[in-house]
Write a protein that binds this ligand. Structure first.
Ligand code: SME
Length: 155
């Protein structure tokens, strides 16, 4: 991993390209998943300044909070609950344009308006999710989905 993280400028795609390359460099040299999650959350936050960026890990029948950047969040989420638990159950990325319209959304922060949750899948099973919240409606689209899926595949 380069000692210094370069914060990308330019459009969203350019930012994701540089972010991806730096996550790739970081994960190549580090085998500890928690350490990598911590740095990936920091790198995404430094690049995009979303409201909340972090990981929940599958521990038994729950998701347990992992490394994150942003305000204090719920420690545990049950299987199938909220956007995170739904992404876990369905094994697919969920993009929520308006959290008020997602039945069962768990409001860790009342400021959150839209959200994307990307599962991390190993050998066919979800082992963690990347959760990103925005204080703006409809912040996330297919470009976010595609790049974030590529980024978490590096973990
Ligand atoms: N909103 C999430 C809960 C986690 S926090 O947003 C950090 C959900 O509905 O699963």
């Amino acid at each position: 991993m380069a000692e210094e993280f370069i914060v990308a400028t330019g459009d969203k795609c350019a930012k994701y390209e540089l972010l991806y390359r730096q996550v790739e460099a970081l994960t190549e040299g580090e085998g500890d998943t928690i350490a990598n999650m911590a740095n990936v959350a920091a790198m995404i936050d430094a690049t995009f300044h979303f409201w909340w960026t972090g990981f929940y890990r599958v521990v038994g029948k729950e998701l347990v909070l992992g490394p994150f950047q942003g305000p204090v969040a719920c420690s545990r989420i049950a299987y199938g609950r909220g956007v995170c638990g739904t992404a876990w159950r369905e094994g697919r990325t969920i993009v929520v344009e308006d959290v008020d319209k997602f039945e069962g959304h768990i409001a860790c922060s009342s400021a959150s308006r839209s959200e994307i949750v990307v599962p991390i899948i190993k050998e066919g099973a979800v082992v963690a999710v990347l959760d990103i919240d925005s204080e703006h409606l409809a912040m996330f689209d297919n470009m976010d989905r595609e790049w974030l899926e590529r980024i978490v595949a590096l973990l």
